[in-house]
Design a protein around this ligand. Structure first.
Ligand SMILES: NC(=O)c1ccc[n+]([C@@H]2O[C@H](COP(=O)([O-])OP(=O)(O)OC[C@H]3O[C@@H](n4cnc5c(N)ncnc54)[C@H](O)[C@@H]3O)[C@@H](O)[C@H]2O)c1
Length: 103
């Protein structure tokens, strides 16, 4: 298989949605980090929540638009953690070679 990843650390992960009600964006980044993956990016509409993401993960790339994150970041895997009725648009927009998971 081409470009096979053998080390979890090589999997660059991000989240779409870093909401504050249940903090599920942070929870999922922490879980993926605990599994050995490398958090690299957060996409979130609310600038205040992006600031929280930067506090939680100093140096992480932050984006106000999913399209911008997918264009500029080299993230391999994203978890979509927005309200359930908003999952469909980001999912099909994932470029080839990247994976998404909606929760
Ligand atoms: N399964 C579970 O156990 C469980 C537990 C708690 C929450 N949830 C679900 O997880 C989801 C997130 O909950 P939460 O409390 O972490 O967040 P939240 O509900 O407080 O906030 C959602 C965030 O998504 C952002 N958002 C919406 N559309 C976006 C887009 N297109 N691009 C970027 N950001 C976008 C909003 O700006 C907001 O900050 C909700 O759907 C909630 O119901 C599931």
């Amino acid at each position: 298989m081409k470009n096979k990843i053998t080390n979890p650390k090589e999997i660059k992960v991000g989240v779409i949605g870093y909401g504050g009600a249940f903090n599920m964006g942070r929870a999922h980044l922490k879980e993926m980090e605990a599994a050995g993956m490398t958090p690299v990016a957060v996409a979130e509409l609310d600038p205040q929540r992006l600031a929280v993401a930067s506090q939680d993960y100093p140096g992480i790339q932050t984006y106000s638009k999913v399209t911008e994150m997918l264009k500029k970041s080299d993230v391999n895997l994203v978890t979509i953690i927005t309200p359930h009725n908003t999952h469909a648009p980001p999912g099909p927009a994932m470029p080839q070679g990247r994976a998404s998971c909606g929760l």
